[in-house]
Write a protein that binds this ligand. Structure first.
Ligand code: NDP
Length: 478
């Protein structure tokens, strides 16, 4: 069985304690063994990053561009193979795994271009004979902590801007999905990334993640994961005066109005709620449906949901892969049991026993629910959606906004006025009209409001807000 090591100062380093990475579609399939580091490994990685820091900050835009471009090209060329690894370790369908790998490639290529497009402002002073120059500089050494649900795209959209803007990186991927992050580390290493510029330390959040967040040599932390861990990291970074960026959970509303086209609304809800096994922070978990279309919408969504094929992620016929692990599956099943108490009706949601031993669950729809129920307040993070019946647009908007989260929100309608009103008044970082709440572009900002996000946006040119710091210089030419 292949052993995978950490990357520190340009060397592959074993920290022993190899953990098995298992396939949630078939738990007898062991993908590989991955070393687990600890706080001492983080010390070494931070020291390496600090040593490389000045050199990388001074590297030409061309050098940064070339590294990112080469990495993006390698990811694209190997998309089939890496997509298969992704599907094996996370449980996404093969099409989703390959698509996510291609997305990671596009992100690296986008930021390769951004490395060449770094500009500043030159402006006259309000005083005579003085010029003012405003430039951006790297933040320094950034700690990146990522979740399991997008094991290659989320590392890519943190690593690529960090490196493009001249920072050095210490990264910890989720324990459940170290494989894809390890592949990115291999590609960066093989593409000529200078020693110490990118460091990978695999291991537990409570050990490696905590050590990254508290280390005095880490200048900024970018985290994606649960609200609970994010809150803890924000408090620590606040106390230690570190720059911090958090992307956390969602309880995303999808409003379906009476005038919606069902042939648009149902596929949008089917995709947003159940695809990727519902394990997306942008998943549509609250389907808020007005009276006039409610019954027809529920009937058609139920029909299409029941027809979804749940199975092995690598089987080309599979539309919904397994849940990522036994703990997440049990949590989903507990929410289905809660829904049986709270909702008027529960369709699906049971554990499925298939030919191979995996964590399979039938998609679930909860009917006759209200927004006050726990199933509509807490993030489930599985293939489960609730239908909330409302009278009209105003009630739909009020329900959509009645949540502690604010990541993505959607509306299906044929009314330009309703769509416009919703876009302006919904409290979310991203709004979708006649589109699923999940599924975003890579060249524009990603992030939310309220309990979903904290700090500057990720992705696109807005990533510069987090990965750079602004300097204002005054020059007297008199
Ligand atoms: P967690 O918050 O448990 O973990 C996220 C990462 O943080 C993992 O790498 C984890 O390590 C690490 N971690 C855990 N504890 C600490 C700690 N004390 N200090 C530092 N790092 C720590 O989330 P999950 O991985 O379980 O991901 C699922 C959750 O993430 C969902 O709630 C989902 O909504 C949210 N999410 C949000 C996204 C967004 O963009 N808004 C995108 C994707 C997911 P370990 O390997 O030990 O788990």
């Amino acid at each position: 069985m292949k052993k995978h090591d950490n990357l520190i100062a340009g060397q592959w380093v074993s920290h022993g304690n190899y953990q098995e990475n298992r396939n949630p579609s078939d738990i007898t399939d062991v993908i590989g063994l991955y070393t687990h580091g600890d706080a001492a490994a983080v010390d070494d990685a931070v020291a390496a990053a600090q040593a490389a820091r000045a050199g990388w900050a001074a590297a030409t835009p061309q050098a940064r561009h070339d590294l990112l471009e080469k990495t993006g090209r390698a990811l694209a060329e190997r998309a089939e193979e890496i997509g298969r690894l992704l599907s094996r370790e996370e449980g996404k369908t093969l099409a989703e795994g390959i698509g996510e790998t291609m997305r990671a490639a596009q992100v690296f290529k986008f930021f390769a271009g951004e490395a060449l497009r770094q500009t500043g402002d030159l402006t006259p002073s309000v005083r005579p004979d003085i010029d003012v120059e405003i430039t951006r500089e790297p933040v320094g050494v950034v700690g990146l902590i990522t979740p399991w649900n997008f094991p290659i795209a989320i590392p890519a959209w943190k690593i690529a801007p960090a490196l493009a803007y001249g920072n050095c990186v210490v990264m910890k991927p989720a324990e459940l999905t170290p494989g894809c992050a390890h592949v990115i580390a291999e590609i960066l290493h093989d593409s000529g990334c200078p020693a110490g510029v990118f460091n990978l330390v695999m291991g537990r959040g409570s050990a490696v993640g905590e050590a990254i967040v508290t280390h005095p040599g880490i200048d900024a932390v970018s985290f994606t994961g649960s609200a609970a861990t994010g809150g803890h990291i924000a408090e620590t970074c606040g106390r230690l005066r570190k720059k911090v960026q958090l992307e956390m959970g969602g309880k995303n509303p999808m409003v379906v109005l009476d005038d919606a086209d069902l042939s648009v609304a149902v596929p949008a809800c089917l995709n947003g709620t159940f695809f990727s096994t519902g394990q997306r922070c942008t998943a549509s978990s609250r389907l808020i449906v007005t009276e006039g279309i409610h019954d027809a919408f529920v009937a058609e969504l139920t029909r299409q949901m029941r027809a979804l094929r749940v199975g092995d992620a690598l089987d080309p016929a599979t539309q919904i892969g397994p849940v990522v692990d036994g703990r997440q599956l049990q949590s989903n099943l507990d929410y289905v049991a809660l829904a049986r108490d709270e909702a008027q009706e529960v369709i699906g949601g049971d554990r499925l026993e298939l030919a191979q031993q995996g964590f399979y669950q039938a998609p679930a729809l909860f009917l006759g629910t209200t927004n006050a129920m726990r199933i509509n307040r807490e993030e489930i993070f599985g293939p489960c959606g609730s239908v909330i019946r409302v009278a009209d647009f105003d009630e739909a908007l009020a329900v959509a906004n009645d949540t502690e989260f604010g990541l993505s929100a959607g509306i299906c309608t044929s009314s330009l006025r309703a769509a416009r009103d919703f876009r302006r008044r919904v409290q979310a970082g991203m709004v979708m009209v006649n589109l699923p709440t999940a599924g975003v572009d890579y060249h524009v900002p990603f992030g939310g409001r309220k309990g979903s996000s904290f700090g500057p946006r990720e992705q696109g040119r807005y990533a510069a807000e987090f990965y750079t710091t602004v300097k204002t210089s005054y020059v007297f030419a008199g």
